[in-house]
Design a protein around this ligand. Structure first.
Ligand code: CMP
Length: 141
């Protein structure tokens, strides 16, 4: 078992897609280990996406991610990072494979329904960004 961080983004929450996306990832073999609804502040969004600072879409991305509630969650299964990226599809829904979360539910390259960690190292950092050790383990250990 390994873990990754997913965020159902504000476009998908506002569009009433959160339940369908959660069902999709559970059907793909993931177990939800922690989950909450929150609304990111601007400093939180800027910190979470600090790796993209300087990219042309950074300001717009941070505005979008603070535009409404989102649902961060810790998902577990074997090869969680790689498998979740396969299940969600390419960043741009127009390029995402049929049947992937982004192909089914995303609006655009920015408003793309779901975030997923891109490496085990980033998964660790991103999980810790949203969830304390106690929140991640109290139900499971
Ligand atoms: P995510 O997986 O959350 O990681 C970074 C986010 O930046 C990405 O999903 C998109 O929401 C957004 N993003 C990446 N590239 C672009 C782009 N070229 N134009 C607009 N938004 C982008």
């Amino acid at each position: 078992m390994t873990q990754t961080l997913a965020i159902i983004k504000p476009d998908a929450v506002a569009g009433g897609k959160a339940g369908s996306i959660l069902a999709h990832v559970e059907a793909a073999g993931f177990t939800v280990r922690a989950l909450r609804m929150t609304r990111l502040s601007v400093p939180q969004a800027e910190a979470f996406y600090a790796v993209h600072r300087g990219r042309p879409f950074y300001g717009s991305l941070c505005r979008f991610m603070t535009s409404g509630p989102c649902i961060p969650m810790v998902l577990a299964r074997a090869d969680a990072v790689g498998q979740l990226r396969r299940v969600i599809g390419a960043t741009d829904p127009a390029e995402a494979a049929p049947g992937t979360v982004r192909r089914l539910y995303a609006e655009s390259k920015e408003r793309n329904a779901i975030h997923a960690s891109d490496s085990d190292e980033n998964a660790e950092r991103e999980i810790a960004f949203f969830f304390s050790q106690a929140e991640r383990t109290e139900l499971w250990e």
